[in-house]
Design a protein around this ligand. Structure first.
Ligand code: ZN
Length: 369
């Protein structure tokens, strides 16, 4: 607060003159506040550059990032890309190798694991949306459970905040592979958000200018259309992906870190104690040990690899590697750039079905009530 001389209103000889001066000083104070407020609003007319992203990754669960983390290491450390990530759920129906916590308590644990994994990759802009981890291979069940409308609104908000040039997500289609319904659902949400975040009539309170300094309804964001949308997949056979986007070799050596991108990815994945079949392996890797169970020998013996190859290759050590086998799949990371309207229509059908299904469930619940 500005400091005013307490004696200002006392200048002068008569009481009437003193009261006029008091009124004048009071008006000046109000004018000064208005000026200061206007100045402050003018100052915040530009977006907060700390949250600008080159790449926004949209995934379902903490540890989904491990599928592309060798690429993320390259992007952050050597290409100096600004990467942000959205987890649609906290992974609250996953397993737990480290402690007894499950369900929502496990979600709290996995959120911190994800933040630690991302810090290992130099990524601090990490958000969690309010989806619920839904263990199935049914994308429509996932979208209905999350619920998708709320998650979509939040995803659009994050895109408008981070203004990414590129959005990356899971392929929103069924594949022969891990094929988690939540993975597909995060791809649906990413696709929908990519398509609508640039339209100011969608979620208009997000793009309305704030009316006052202490605003809690109108958000002051701007519409944003990202340039490209890329999918990755946990399909066992990624042949159908080939040639539709860039590929990266995780065995390449980071010019700034002087180890392979796969090893940087393994250091990141090591934070997911609850999801490693042997949490001690994660602890050893975090301590700097990459020479034993997860080392250069294993990486080179698995190359070239895809998702299935990595699991097969880690064969004898698979029960120790578990999640880290996924990292090995990053020996060759493939992305597919999506332009076909057919793909968009597929995702729209998913959302429409989800909405219809949810409405049916609500109607049924109301009927029983
Ligand atoms: Zn997952």
């Amino acid at each position: 607060m500005p400091h005013f001389s307490p004696g200002l209103g006392e200048v002068g000889g008569t009481s009437s003159r003193g009261s006029r001066l008091k009124r004048f000083s009071g008006r000046a104070f109000v004018l000064l506040l208005l000026f200061a407020n206007g100045f402050a609003l003018a100052q915040i007319s530009s977006p907060d550059e700390r949250y600008k992203a080159d790449i926004l990754l949209v995934v379902a669960h903490p540890d989904d990032d491990t599928v592309v983390s060798s690429y993320l290491a390259r992007a952050v450390f050597d290409q100096h890309k600004r990467v942000a990530i959205v987890f649609c759920t906290p992974g609250d129906s996953g397993s737990n190798s480290e402690g007894r916590e499950h369900a929502r308590a496990l979600g709290l644990v996995r959120e911190i694991e994800a933040r630690r994994a991302m810090i290992a990759l130099g990524i601090t802009n990490v958000w969690f949306l309010n989806g619920r981890d839904t263990a199935s291979q049914d994308v429509q069940l996932s979208l209905a459970t999350w619920p998708s409308a709320s998650v979509l609104e939040q995803a659009v908000r994050v895109i408008r905040l981070t203004r990414p040039e590129v959005v990356m997500s899971w392929l929103p289609s069924s594949v022969a592979g891990e094929n988690h319904g939540d993975h597909q659902a995060s791809g649906v949400i990413a696709t929908e958000a990519f398509d609508i975040a640039g339209d100011p009539t969608v979620f208009p309170s997000q793009v309305a200018a704030p009316l006052r300094q202490y605003e809690n309804a109108l958000e002051g964001l701007s519409p944003w259309q990202s340039k490209k949308l890329y999918y990755f997949t946990d399909a066992f056979d990624t042949e159908f992906f080939r040639g539709h986007g860039p590929e990266y070799d995780g065995k390449d050596i980071s010019s700034s870190k002087h180890v392979s991108y796969l090893q940087l990815a393994a250091r990141s994945a090591a934070a997911y104690y609850t999801q490693l079949l042997d949490p001690n392996l994660g602890k050893r890797i975090e301590a700097g040990d990459t020479s034993s169970a997860f080392g250069a020998d294993l990486v080179s013996s698995c190359a070239p690899a895809n998702f299935a190859h990595a699991w097969k290759c880690s064969g004898g050590t698979r029960r120790f590697l578990g999640l880290l086998s996924r990292v090995l799949a990053g020996t060759r990371i493939e992305f597919a750039h999506v332009t076909a309207s057919r793909d968009r229509n597929t995702t729209r059908r998913h959302v429409d079905h989800s909405t219809a299904r949810k409405e049916q469930q609500l109607a049924a619940a109301a009927g029983h009530g």
